[in-house]
Design a protein around this ligand. Structure first.
Ligand code: R5P
Length: 288
């Protein structure tokens, strides 16, 4: 097996290679003066099991071209099998035509990346599309960071209540809580625009008074899905609030906005950022 690290996941890819005792090389990716992507597979891959690991954030469009170029090149050079691992798989949220004429980006992205023989993605945003293999025309599987998140929460929050800010997040909040014997509460979210959400804490609010709470979601993007419940939980009297995201996108000033509220923020390293401290290398190594 040879592991090739793409622009957005070189440290993670190297760490996976160490765990697999596989050869690691970074993909060589540059730009031509006109902005086109120039890519080189820097290894002899003929007859090899090639794994390309790269996240699709930042610069999701560049990352997609990089993946397509890398897969096609490895195949042309005679690789036996080409697997891609997208720790963060972009475009999954545009999973329907919300307004007439819009591109269903999730499906197009899936078709384009199906030039690979196998695809793995960590906690892709599966909402209206239920399974990753519904967007790919190749062998595709979602893997979850739940075990490493559970491990982190177990070590740091012995008696917290886990909160999922919307029903989709129960696959992280409720599942993790169950696995480590904690209580979880799932909130109700209504999204008006990409930046405007309303979140409702239903049920008995007094359960949060004086308690440590951990809000768990797949993506922290503008941060608003976290900020809304944080404000309410502070009013109710929650003690310490921690926000955990699998994928920390943190657009614009999302991270300072969250920190200003006095909460701890931590994510996995599917997207490298200032708080990406929970390592998913073991989760990836396990499926390869
Ligand atoms: C969408 O439903 C996702 O699960 C996240 O809740 C969402 O992407 C978070 O976005 P934001 O941080 O912009 O509120």
């Amino acid at each position: 097996m040879i592991i090739l690290g793409g622009t957005n996941a070189q440290l993670l890819a190297k760490s996976v290679a160490r765990k697999k005792k596989a050869k690691y090389l970074p993909l060589q990716v540059n730009k031509f003066p006109d902005g086109e992507t120039k890519l080189r597979v820097p290894a002899v891959v003929k007859g090899k099991d090639v794994v390309i690991i790269t996240s699709m954030y930042p610069n999701p469009d560049n990352a997609m071209i990089e993946l397509i170029f890398a897969i096609k090149t490895a195949k042309r050079l005679g690789a036996k099998k080409v697997t891609i691992v997208a720790p963060y798989l972009a475009y999954m949220r545009q999973d329907k035509e919300f307004h007439s004429g819009e591109c269903i980006s999730a499906r197009v992205m899936g078709e384009l990346l199906s030039v690979a023989d196998r695809v793995f993605a960590i906690d892709p945003h599966l909402h209206r599309i239920k399974k990753l293999k519904d967007v790919f025309k190749t062998n595709a599987k979602a893997i979850t960071a739940d075990p490493v998140l559970a491990n982190y929460i177990k070590k740091t929050h012995k008696n917290a209540i886990l909160i999922g800010p919307d029903w989709e997040s129960s696959q992280w909040a409720a599942e993790i809580a169950k696995s480590i014997g904690l209580k979880s509460v799932i909130l109700k979210k209504k999204r008006y625009t990409p930046t405007k959400v309303r979140i409702q804490i239903t049920g008995d609010k007094s359960v949060f008074k004086g308690r440590d709470v951990v809000i768990v979601d797949d993506i922290i993007s503008t941060g608003n899905t976290m900020i809304e419940p944080i404000k309410q939980l502070k009013k109710i009297g929650a003690k310490n609030i921690t926000c955990i995201g699998v994928h920390g996108i943190f657009v614009k000033n999302a991270l300072p906005r969250l920190r200003k509220l006095g909460v701890k923020v931590i994510t996995t390293n599917t997207i490298p950022n200032k708080v990406s401290k929970i390592d998913v290398a073991s989760v990836i190594a396990k499926v390869l």
